[in-house]
Write a protein that binds this ligand. Structure first.
Ligand code: ZN
Length: 302
């Protein structure tokens, strides 16, 4: 049954997803892997209040809190709570995640100045990796897989091979519109194919309810459709906003935060124009056009 409040969902023995309904802007998921001698947390939340709720939930399973905190990517909804897990936790991220987290600083807060972010200092990883890495939580191997660019250039996929559990970060979405303005559309499609190859039984998306491999299919379907909209838009000489307005959302109209089509099209247009995956584009212009398309600032319930 879908949760109405943030809470833990057991996805394997002593492995939990922390799901924050409804999964819209800045309402992300986290993950928890518990062993008597070692605890690993995947991501935090956007605000002080929400991170304190996460800590309360963690304490019901692991009173001492996490020893390791893995950030799936640099976005503030996943990382603004990092400092609350000091001094016990060692923070681990892909090198590009830590770099981009420091570059972005508290920038996300400026997009939604009315949100009560609380005390959320930027606190980047202690240990960074490139390629892949692993953390051993008791007898459990927790694989940290990097590929892409996908949602960003520094995504980490957290994969528990013995349990078939995939913490996909924002590479995979459920019930909410995928978003890869800061990564790559084509790269996301390639990474989703790689994730399918792992054979996950359970997929914890970055936002929205826990599901199975069908979540990979759903995100892939949206991104493939988006690429078609971009190709047609370029062929007809449409601007991004014109292409977004002309697009028939079809089944994707039921997803939250549909205005992300504008940001996604900015990335798709750049890629069709030959820009390398993950290269910097003007996020400010894209966000302003998303607001224009939406007709007002999209709601953020962080
Ligand atoms: Zn994100």
């Amino acid at each position: 049954m879908p949760l109405s409040q943030p809470g833990l969902v057991e996805v394997a023995q002593s492995v939990y997803a922390y799901v924050q309904p409804d999964g819209g802007w800045c309402l992300n998921n986290a993950g928890l892997v518990v062993d008597p001698d070692c605890v690993l947390l995947v991501d935090t939340t956007a605000t002080e209040r929400r991170t304190k709720e996460l800590i309360t939930a963690i304490e019901t399973k692991a009173p001492h809190g996490p020893d390791y905190l893995v950030n799936t990517h640099f976005h503030g909804d996943h990382t603004f709570g990092n400092s609350y897990f000091r001094p016990r936790a060692t923070i681990i991220a892909h090198a590009d995640c830590a770099r981009d987290q420091i570059l972005a600083g508290p920038g996300l807060r400026g997009l939604w100045p009315d949100v009560d972010w609380g005390g959320t200092p930027v606190d980047a990883a202690d240990i960074t990796y490139t390629g892949n890495a692993a953390v051993h939580v008791g007898d459990r191997r927790v694989s940290l897989l990097h590929s892409g660019p996908a949602h960003t250039s520094g995504d980490t996929i957290v994969w528990l091979p013995d349990d078939g559990v995939l913490f996909a970060g924002d590479v995979v979405w459920a019930g909410t519109t995928p978003f890869c303005l800061m990564g790559s559309v084509t790269g996301s499609l390639a990474v989703i194919e790689e994730l399918r190859g792992l054979g996950p039984r359970t997929v914890v998306p970055g936002h929205g309810p826990v599901g199975g491999p069908e979540l990979l299919d759903q995100t892939e379907r949206y991104l493939s459709w988006l690429m078609d909209v971009a190709i047609e838009g370029v062929a007809r000489g449409r601007t991004v906003l014109e292409a977004a307005a002309a697009a028939d959302l079809g089944e994707f109209g039921a997803l939250l935060d549909s205005e992300r089509i504008v940001g996604n099209l900015h990335r798709a247009y750049a890629e069709l124009d030959g820009m390398p995956q993950g290269a910097q584009i003007d996020v400010g212009i894209a966000f302003a056009e998303m607001v224009e398309f939406h007709g007002s600032l999209p709601s953020c319930h962080a």
